[in-house]
Design a protein around this ligand. Sequence first.
Ligand SMILES: Nc1nc2c(ncn2[C@@H]2O[C@H](COP(=O)(O)OP(=O)(O)OP(=O)(O)O)[C@@H](O)[C@H]2O)c(=O)[nH]1
Length: 308
Amino acid sequence: MPVPVLLIAGFLGAGKTTAINHLLTAPHGKRLAAVVNDFGAINIDAELLAGSAEGMVALQNGCICCTLQGDLLRTLSPLLRRNPVPNGIVIETSDVSDPAEIVRSLLDPVIWREAALEAVLCLADAQALAERPATLDDALLLSQLRAGDIILMNKADTVSEGQRAALRGRLSMLPARTILETRHGDVPADLLFSEERFVPQAHATLPANRFATPGFESLSWTADRPLSLPRFQAAISRLARLLVRAQGILHVEGQEHLLLFQMVGQRATFGAAPASPSNAALVRLMLIAEIGRLQPDMVHALLNDCRA
Ligand SMILES: Nc1nc2c(ncn2[C@@H]2O[C@H](COP(=O)(O)OP(=O)(O)OP(=O)(O)O)[C@@H](O)[C@H]2O)c(=O)[nH]1
């Protein structure tokens, strides 16, 4: 399976390094590697490098976009060849780059086979935007925010509740409908990076909520017959605005092999599924949303209609 890649974008001083430090050091048990602009800013000590963080590449010329003009795969190679392979790679973009360029490079099939873009996380500086709302009209900032599958409204500790609500209103006009408030980049690491443990294994053992991150809840759904892919895609499009993350193993009508479905924010991908236990339901899906957003009856009815 390819290693999932998380792209971190955001304006000058929005908190990218702080968020990466949080991701690398949070106790999630995943081995994460990082490609960063400034190695010195990452406060990983030797112990952590040997433990939760798998490796680090600092960009010589200070910007992933310039590196791309060279060879992205060559930059990622030392990380991809590590043994064991990292569970995820975090790539920091520079303050002055439009992530759309990097997204395009990452979607190259040769790269995708080894390093699959899972999501673009864009940090918005709540403090700067509250002080200078007109910054939101800046073309570069807008292009960064538009590329985000999830927007982190960072520095939420520095603004009032009213300012947060006003900013959320403006940010919700953007394509990324998932907006999370963060303090010191404390993005919940459990929402990111694929993990089989998200996927419910079988009907009988489904707990109500397998997701432990405060503020979020999960909803599981299984089916014992294949799905119609067009109907599933339509249902997921309807649910997408409510979801932060989804993951599932799908058996699609007319297809011999099971698919692994992933969605972070609005970015959905399908890949080959890992082998399943023989007693597992044909279709298993886990949806994650902020608490109170999902109505189980509505969601189950919508998904039940996807069965072929
Ligand atoms: N109060 C507060 N300060 C924060 C928060 N997140 C980051 N900071 C501070 O904001 C400053 C900039 O944070 P960085 O993580 O360096 O931001 P960056 O986006 O990596 O910055 P550049 O790479 O220089 O563009 C630092 O002093 C951080 O400590 C937050 O949520 N609240």
